[in-house]
Design a protein around this ligand. Structure first.
Ligand code: SAH
Length: 243
């Protein structure tokens, strides 16, 4: 039944965008199904059968083809990471959805993303109603993402050029922090910028090896605990904070 409901939701969303003349609507609906299948296949590890409907709806609304280089547009809705230049990648949709779900965010939440890349993850968070602050270390990517997000109407997303290891203290504390590049340890400045009761989702592990997607929680009393969720593979977090 849950699957049926999920399917009906996807069809409704697809129908809505198809009416508006969106040639990618079918591909996007297929992508949603592929993400649902991955979630089902990994249910034991991630501890749930399906992700929050609001997360899947946000994923179904964001035009991923606008976030990939022109030569990859035709494959933009495959459930896989794609190159975005400068040796970086836009994450796999399943991972974007999972990280968003694990962060447990909703409308009005202040969210810091480290590793803007294409801006896709930031757009998904914005589509959920979050107030997004995102930091990117490669100037050309930061500038392209800033322009892209504005053009697509995600104008509340704030993009900053800098080393995200140190977060964005002026806008802290954050309800959630998503780190979309792998670090060999959880950056202490980011833990400090997490609100008590907040969550950080971060791939932890060495560069170019399998890392572990980890959820770090800061309790109301300030105590920090962490939980390992899934083996993943991200590009490395670079910058001054690298060990
Ligand atoms: N979230 C992105 C994908 C991220 S790829 C998307 O949705 O498209 C990882 C990104 O992290 C790359 O763009 C890389 O340049 C950036 N990055 C790596 N180290 C960083 C650091 N210390 N601070 C900020 N960004 C960093």
């Amino acid at each position: 039944m849950r699957r049926l409901l999920g399917g009906a939701l996807v069809l409704l969303v697809a129908a809505g965008t198809a009416r508006a003349g969106d040639p990618y609507a079918r591909a996007r609906a297929r992508m949603i199904r592929a993400v649902e299948a991955d979630v089902a296949a990994t249910r034991a590890r991630i501890g749930r059968d399906r992700l929050a409907p609001a997360v899947m709806e946000a994923l179904a609304r964001v035009p991923r083809h606008e976030f990939v280089p022109p030569e990859w547009k035709d494959r933009a809705y495959e459930n896989r990471p794609l190159p975005i230049g400068y040796g970086q990648t836009i994450s796999q949709p399943y991972i974007v959805a999972l990280m968003t779900d694990l962060a447990g965010v909703g409308p009005g939440d202040r969210v810091l993303e480290v590793g803007t890349g294409s801006g896709y993850q930031a757009a998904v968070l914005a589509a959920l109603g979050c107030r997004v602050f995102t930091v990117e270390i490669i100037p050309a990517l930061a500038e392209a993402a800033r322009r892209r997000l504005r053009r697509l109407g995600y104008d509340r997303v704030r993009v900053r050029l800098g080393d995200g290891y140190y977060g964005w203290p002026e806008h802290a504390p954050f309800d959630a922090i998503l780190v979309t590049a792998a670090a060999d340890h959880v950056p202490p400045p980011l833990v400090r910028q997490l609100r008590p009761g907040g969550r950080m989702v971060i791939p932890v592990g060495g560069a170019f090896r399998v890392q572990t997607l980890t959820v770090v929680e800061k309790a109301a009393d300030g105590r920090v605990s962490s939980r390992e969720v899934l083996p993943v593979r991200f590009v490395p977090l670079t910058g001054g904070g690298r060990l």
